[in-house]
Design a protein around this ligand. Structure first.
Ligand code: NAD
Ligand code: GDD
Length: 335
């Protein structure tokens, strides 16, 4: 793979205590990067993955001095830090989500002043205009569908503003920014309970709980006919690194285009678990848009690649990991 900077240069990953950031730090280290700085606001014991070879730091990146300390000497920055979660979180924490604008702003200023050569920003499919996502049989979203702007309230507005900030830091200050619009990412080592979990992990947890309790029923948010595409973490990491190394300056979808209903997602998990559950639909739960899919025409044209890991395969690995986490937690509680 072409690299954004050579492997002996310092690379900063923010949000490194979280799902994608933790995987990215591991990926860079395994790939021979010798100087990786990993930063997150969470205490070290709460990081999802932590690598002793990295320069691990606990910093609140809403603060400009913390961003300057994080960015010092960094040739490349992957800015993944954000206060975010699935629909259950972003629908009820709009102000908190929007305050991530402080992270975006201060990280860009710090990287500009530190002479950073490449800056990656993780935007989201939540930037897309609401009126283009009202039908479950959605036309896949192409990059130009973000405008005229009417993104997801709170979280989506912050992402769209920060994308725009990246563009103007590139145009006005010469900071080489790259922006990905991630579509719902899932996999092991992610959030699976506590309120920030997204549908793939939540459904795994609920199926495992139902199986263990012998209850044989499951609560699904909405009517189950809403559609999404879900991207496995390995595709996300590969696309992220490819985009940073590329000359693509406009925001790019990094997402799967395997569209499924939430009912189909539940069926996939039931098949993995070897169980069939009675479904209860909670219609007043957070639902988000009716349908969302990624149009991968531009990424194929620009990178000659698009995410391709099948949902059935990624969910198998995710289910096994969540199953083991739940078993370990239960064992810990019993001891
Ligand atoms: P995550 O919540 O697992 O990780 C984000 C990390 O940022 C957390 O560990 C959190 O503690 C950290 N953070 C929050 N505020 C901070 C602060 N003030 N200073 C330092 N660290 C702070 O989320 P993720 O799934 O790994 O997402 C990573 C990025 O990708 C985020 O920017 C997110 O908005 C974006 N994204 C993710 C998805 C997805 O489906 N996972 C989809 C679209 C976009
Ligand atoms: N979280 C969750 N938990 N969602 C459920 C559940 C459940 O138990 N049951 C059904 N759903 C439904 C939700 O109602 C929603 O319609 C759909 O599954 C997807 O929910 P999420 O996975 O929580 O989020 P999303 O796809 O609407 O948005 C996510 O992806 C964006 C990128 O594509 C969010 O995580 C955003 O933060 C992210 O940017």
């Amino acid at each position: 793979m072409n690299e954004a900077v050579s492997k002996d240069r310092l690379v900063l990953v923010t949000g490194a205590g979280g799902f994608i950031g933790g995987h990215l730090v591991g990926d860079l280290l395994r790939d021979g990067y010798t100087r990786v700085r990993a930063v997150d606001i969470k205490p070290f014991e709460e990081w999802y993955q932590r690598f002793p070879e990295a320069d691990n730091r606990q910093l609140d990146l809403r603060e400009l001095p913390a961003c300057r300390a994080a960015a010092e000497d960094a040739a490349a920055v992957f800015n993944l830090a954000a206060d975010m979660g699935g629909m259950g979180f972003i629908e009820t924490h709009k102000a908190a989500c929007m305050l991530s604008v402080l992270i975006s702003t201060h990280m860009l200023m710090a990287a500009r002043d530190a002479g950073t050569e490449r800056f990656f920003y993780s935007s989201s499919a939540c930037v897309y205009a609401a009126d283009k996502q009202t039908d479950a049989h959605v036309t896949a979203l192409k990059e130009s569908d973000a405008y005229p702007a009417m993104p997801e309230d709170g979280y989506g507005w912050e992402k769209l503003f920060s994308e725009r900030l990246c563009r103007h830091f590139r145009e006005d200050y010469g900071l080489a920014t790259r922006v990905a619009r991630f579509h719902n990412v899932y996999g092991p080592e992610g959030t699976w309970d506590g309120g920030r979990e997204k549908a793939p992990a939540a459904i795994c947890r609920k199926v495992i709980e139902a199986k263990a309790s012998g209850r044989h029923d499951i609560e699904i948010w909405g009517d189950g006919a809403q559609t999404r595409s879900f991207m496995y973490i390995d595709d996300c990491l590969y696309g992220t690194r490819r985009l940073l190394a590329s000359d693509v300056t406009e925001p790019l979808n990094i997402g799967s285009d395997q569209l499924v209903t939430i009912n189909e997602l539940v069926s996939i998990v039931e098949a993995i678990a070897g169980i069939t559950l009675k479904r209860h639909y909670k219609l007043d739960a957070p639902k988000g848009v009716r349908g969302r899919n990624s149009d991968n025409t531009l990424i194929k044209e620009k990178l000659g690649w698009a995410p391709s890991i099948r949902l059935e395969d990624g969910m198998e690995k995710t289910y096994r990991w969540i199953h083991d986490q739940m078993a370990a937690r239960q064992k810990g509680a019993a001891e």
